[in-house]
Design a protein around this ligand. Structure first.
Ligand code: SAH
Length: 347
């Protein structure tokens, strides 16, 4: 590692901003990442110790009106068997999750019209009524300000909406023209204004992503100041237009995780399922370079295969209880500890 690279890492750790060219250098250059990873883990321990927060992911529907080119549950994929959970099933997932120590439930799904604003509002209220010591996170895509506001008023605490890419041209390579880069950003700023803890993020190694795109992602994130940042490698799905594209790599994903920890020091950053899918120890490695959240699956086992955003997704066969025990072992093996906590943002 040369002096210039070390200097940039030290400045990031001190809270400095970087220019776009410095981002391009620190992301694009090939160097020994040991120092970067150590600094990132140091910052993570400074704010969060060895705590790892768990979020119970409930995949409520794989119906989607959108046609994102990378995503396995895109509208045009006729080979996926569609499902949506009933309100009762969702509450059952939360109930079994609560018993297992989860204090955050994440309701994620495709953009499914059957989950009307009122219906989601009622599900959120029911969960919050029953589990007043829990946080509810929604990840249901792009909606109007009024919808988000109703959900927030019903008690939803957090919202995850990856920006996917901060580069406008790249956005329209990944998404059909009917979608809009401006609208996605509008949603993120609306969510923040309403008072949600907001998460953005991107895929690492998505098709046609250049180092400049990743540099712009970092600049956007630095400006937006999210509470949560979700990143994981792009993984191709056979029934999408990007079926022949290369997957994102472990090395670049770990590097981006460490850089995120340095630039958004108090953020909640998950070691994602996608990272665990491209490498058996991917999530543990993610935790060691700055990640402090894991999101085990609480969805009924019968639907997990169907919520296939990408190929070879892990943990589709185990019950939630097995999943959490396996993760506990992994997290402890990496030198951290799962805590029973709502795990709010310290941003
Ligand atoms: N409909 C919701 C949830 C999307 S799924 C929304 O729009 O926010 C959650 C995330 O999975 C997406 O934001 C995307 O970044 C990621 N994802 C989708 N397809 C993927 C793929 N092929 N490889 C890796 N990640 C993918």
């Amino acid at each position: 590692m040369n002096a210039e690279v070390q200097n940039i890492i030290d400045r990031l750790a001190d809270g400095d901003d970087l220019s776009i060219n410095e981002w391009i250098k620190i992301i694009g250059e090939d160097y020994d990442t040991t120092y970067l990873f150590d600094r990132a883990d140091g910052i993570r321990r400074k704010y969060y110790g060895t705590d790892v927060y768990i979020r119970g992911l409930i995949e409520i529907s794989n119906y989607c009106k959108n046609n994102c080119l990378y995503c396995g549950i895109r509208r045009d994929n006729e080979s996926v068997e569609r499902y949506r959970l009933s309100d009762e099933e969702i509450l059952e997932c939360a109930s079994s999750g609560y018993e297992l120590g989860f204090r955050t439930f994440v309701l994620q799904g495709g953009e499914d019209g059957a989950f009307s604003t009122k219906r989601v509002e009622s599900i959120v209220s029911s969960i919050k009524e029953k589990y007043s010591d829990c946080a509810v996170t929604l990840s249901l895509g792009e909606r109007e300000y009024e919808d988000y506001k109703m959900w927030f008023d019903a008690g939803a605490d957090r919202y995850l909406l990856r920006h996917e890419t901060a580069n406008r041209e790249h956005y329209y390579i990944l998404h059909p023209k009917e979608m809009s880069y401006e609208n996605r950003k509008r949603c993120l700023y609306d969510l923040k204004k309403i008072g949600f803890q907001v998460g953005c993020g991107f895929m690492v190694g998505s098709p046609f992503q250049e180092v400049e795109c990743l540099a712009e992602d970092m600049m956007f994130i630095r400006e937006f100041k999210p509470d949560m940042i979700g990143i994981g490698p792009f993984i191709s799905h056979a029934a999408t237009p990007f079926s022949d594209c290369e997957n994102g790599t472990l090395d670049l994903t770990l590097k981006m995780l460490a850089l995120l920890r340095l630039t958004c020091q108090k953020a909640l950053i998950p070691a994602t399922t996608a990272l665990g899918t491209i490498h058996p120890a991917g999530r543990e490695m993610g935790l060691k370079v700055g990640a402090n959240v894991v999101m085990p699956n609480l969805s009924p086992v019968g639907v997990r295969e169907k919520y296939s955003l990408y190929d070879n997704k892990i943990c589709t066969n185990e019950e939630a209880a097995e999943c959490i025990r396996c993760l506990e072992r992994r997290v402890e093996g990496a030198g951290y500890k799962i805590v029973v906590s709502k795990g709010d943002s310290k941003v």
